[in-house]
Write a protein that binds this ligand. Structure first.
Ligand code: PFF
Length: 452
């Protein structure tokens, strides 16, 4: 592949669009739905601390590396990694980073769309007043009934995948750039309102302690592996999404500052979502370890009992859907950009990629009902895809990117692209990405293999 395809997808128009787009990609179901429930399953505070360490020592340094690679080549991650590997003379297998990323993206998109479909269902349910005055038991039963119906789940999975494909087909710039400017601030304001509400609940402090009290005895190998995997998932790393978005970034923008912003915003959203949800969980005597249903069972109870709950609840689930939507687009973008570079139209590429992901998503739909008893290593189809991507493929992608950027790109090459004025910061980052990130990821990874 020659470099003649460089820049063919366009450049973000606004100075802040990369931050908006990358934050739109990062903030999604991972923050609002997955972070609270895996924190609950893994015992709370100790898990959160390991997660924060992973964000700082592996996530943010790798994110900078990904954006850097993308902007340098201005092509899809697959072609970027092929071209960079040849240019730097790195071992040939680094060319495969982009390919593995596209495969991870395809897997993630398949189940992400099904869960986003749940959020769409909840928009309708809450708006219709179905949750007014509901108790914990009723809310749990409503969630269970939704999962038991494969046809309903498939319909909403289809709707969400269609919405995703429609935006991708039109080009990310046009659809997203305008809408994100409005939607992301609204998301933040709504979270603050809900946070204010959670402060008034009796369980707030208990939830707070659950999230932030460090209890080393609760740390297990599995929880460390999950924390690492989630730090990649939540920052959209290890599969090329940030690399693809970096390719559309104006040349002058300082990479370091921009990436810090994305990392901080994403982490803040996750922590606030955790505080809101656990306040409600403890106020209502719910189980923090309830699993994937946590957000869908606990929040409706709060909305059902608060003044204006129908309004806030409806808007909240619309925003969850939108946050998921802006993430889903970024999951598909690397593969679509590659296909476009190969000569397909965006429409054909989007149809094919979303179509395949949709089909695979039917496995996730069935794993909550008809196939619930079929398990591989004790995991359902959905659990297997989730584990494989978050805990294996994304960290492996991140490890390879850290090694590539840290060991095969020269300081000059990086500095030219990064435009970082502060040498000390540059040196700290380079040290972390060369030594700390790869070693930490590798160690956690090797330990985690024993989990099979
Ligand atoms: N970061 C998204 C979330 O937290 O929901 C999920 C995601 C988006 C993962 C893009 C991977 C990706 F490339």
């Amino acid at each position: 592949m020659s470099d003649q395809k460089r820049g063919m997808h366009g450049i973000w128009a606004g100075r802040w669009t990369f931050i908006l787009a990358a934050t739109g990609s990062a903030v999604g179901l991972g923050n609002l739905w997955k972070f609270p429930y895996i924190t609950g399953e893994n015992g709370g505070g100790a898990f959160v601390l390991v997660y924060l360490a992973c964000i700082l020592l592996a996530g943010i340094p790798v994110m900078l590396g990904e954006a850097l690679l993308g902007r340098k080549k201005r092509m899809s991650p697959i072609h970027t990694m092929e071209s960079m590997t040849d240019e730097t003379g790195a071992p040939k297998f680094f060319r495969g980073i982009g390919w593995m990323g596209a495969l991870s993206g395809f897997f993630i998109l398949s189940f992400y769309s099904v869960i986003a479909g749940w959020a769409l269902v909840y928009v309708g349910k809450i708006a219709s007043g179905a949750f007014v005055g509901i108790n914990a038991e009723g809310s749990g039963a409503a969630f269970g009934a939704m999962l038991a119906d494969p046809v309903g789940l498939t319909i909403w999975h289809t709707v969400f995948m269609f919405l995703t494909g429609a935006v991708i087909a039109r080009g990310v710039n046009k659809g997203l750039e305008a809408s994100l400017r409005i939607l992301m601030p609204v998301l933040f304001v709504l979270m603050l309102i809900l946070f204010g509400y959670s402060l008034t609940t009796p369980g707030f402090m208990q939830g707070f302690h659950f999230l932030f009290d460090f209890d080393a005895s609760k740390l297990t190998t599995e929880s460390i592996v999950v924390a690492l995997g989630h730090s990649f998932f939540t920052l959209s790393l290890g599969m090329g999404a940030i690399m693809a978005y970096g390719a559309y970034m104006p040349a002058k923008q300082s990479l370091g500052k921009t990436i810090m912003w994305v990392g901080v915003l994403d982490t803040a959203v996750a922590l606030v979502a955790g505080m809101i949800i656990f306040a409600i969980v403890f106020s209502n005597g719910l189980e923090p370890s309830a699993g994937p249903g946590l957000m869908f069972v606990s929040l409706p109870i709060a909305f059902g009992g608060m003044p204006g709950g129908i309004f806030f609840g409806t808007v909240f689930f619309i925003l969850v859907s939108i946050a998921a939507w802006s993430s889903a687009i970024s999951i598909a973008e690397p593969a679509v950009a590659w296909a476009v570079e190969k000569g397909f139209t965006r429409l054909t590429a989007s149809l094919a990629i979303c179509g395949f992901a949709w089909f695979l998503g039917l496995g996730t739909v069935l794993s909550f009902n008809e196939w619930a008893e079929y398990k591989l290593f004790g995991k359902t189809f959905f659990d297997t895809l989730d584990f494989l991507t978050s805990n294996i493929m994304l960290p492996l992608g991140g490890l390879l990117i850290a090694v590539f950027v840290g060991w095969f790109m020269s300081s000059d090459m990086i500095k030219n692209e990064m435009k970082m004025k502060n040498d000390t910061l540059f040196n700290v980052w380079r040290f972390v990405v060369r030594f700390i990130s790869p070693v930490a990821i590798a160690l956690i990874f090797i330990n985690g293999l024993g989990l099979f």
